[in-house]
Design a protein around this ligand. Structure first.
Ligand code: AKB
Length: 313
């Protein structure tokens, strides 16, 4: 970590950004972390904040230069369910945003990039259990296609232009500090809010749909750890598999019942079921463990206990 690091988080008011900015500010100091989103949000009260449309390279460049930014975390993207509703915009935002940031590093205006990929890079023909780093990848969603293409471009910019870009394939992320938006795994956050509010939840995935998930503190820890690792430790420049734990709606409902005994769940699968059915059930992240020491802390029981404790407050 350089003492002069100046970090820009693009798409900072979303589910990951909200917590990432808080954590980065604890490490680097409030003024060294610039939050940014397409519009002003409550986050602007907490520290430096800029309005940035990542599709506008000139606006982005102006802010990067003004703040002497050397690291960018690019979180602005459309997630799986929303991108299916707006395929062209999903592709444009997810790809053009990435190019605009990669090009800043190619021109040596910034030094380091974090860009999230997802389990959505895998598709219906991928082995579903303990999905390895290198396997069949034929994503069937716009989001997955954009993430897979993005991974290829990240690796290309690293090989061709020596761009220091680092990436993780996030599973579904669960946290209590902010709401998710537009994902297929969002049910795993909504279920807690509804359980505490009304002791019932209607789930948009079927009861046995098992998906890879992760508690937000682990996701933030992995993100900061990969960014702080020495460059020679990062052997994979497309994106690393990242595992936490796996569960189905039925499993999490049973866990919640331990705290809210009269909680009931019903199932009404919608179009997101097809997306979930195309994704792995569990992920093997041996490379992340070998290369930069990844190990998750939370399992389903620990995550549920922590979510309920914090949401009750
Ligand atoms: C989504 O559901 O779209 C995301 C993801 C798994 O990348 N949470």
């Amino acid at each position: 970590m350089r003492t002069s690091d100046k970090i820009l988080v693009i798409g900072s008011s979303g589910q990951i950004g909200t917590e990432l900015v808080q954590n980065l500010r604890e490490i680097y100091g409030i003024d060294s972390v610039i939050a940014s989103d397409v519009k002003v949000t409550e986050q602007a009260k907490e520290g430096p904040f800029e309005v940035i449309d990542v599709m506008n390279p000139q606006g982005l460049l102006e802010i990067v230069k003004r703040h002497q930014i050397n690291q960018v975390y690019l979180l602005a993207a459309l997630l799986s369910a929303t991108a299916e509703k707006m395929p062209k915009f999903g592709w444009d935002l997810n790809m053009q945003g990435l190019f605009n940031v990669l090009d800043l590093a190619k021109e040596k205006i910034i030094e380091k990039i974090y860009w999230p990929s997802s389990i959505a890079v895998f598709g219906p023909n991928t082995p579903k259990e303990n999905t390895p780093q290198y396997t069949i990848m034929e994503p069937s969603t716009v989001y997955g296609i954009s993430k897979q293409a993005g991974e290829r471009w990240c690796e290309y910019y690293f090989n061709k232009y020596n761009v220091d870009v680092r990436s993780l394939r996030y599973p579904g992320l669960i946290g209590w500090k902010s709401a998710p938006g537009g994902g297929t795994t969002d049910y795993a956050v909504h279920i807690f809010h509804e359980a505490l509010k009304s002791a019932s939840y209607e789930c948009f995935l079927s009861e046995n749909t098992t998906l890879p998930m992760m508690y937000m503190p682990d996701a933030i820890k992995a993100t900061i750890r990969i960014m702080q690792a020495d460059s020679d430790k990062i052997k994979i420049r497309s994106s690393y598999n990242l595992s936490g734990f796996s569960f189905s709606p039925k499993d999490i409902a049973q866990e919640i019942k331990k705290y809210i005994p009269d909680f009931t769940i019903s199932f009404k699968p919608d179009s997101r079921q097809q997306i979930a059915d195309s994704w792995p059930k569990s992920i093997d992240s041996i490379e992340a463990n070998k290369d930069w020491g990844w190990k998750p802390e939370f399992d389903l029981a620990a995550m549920t206990a922590d979510m309920i404790k914090n949401l009750k407050k």
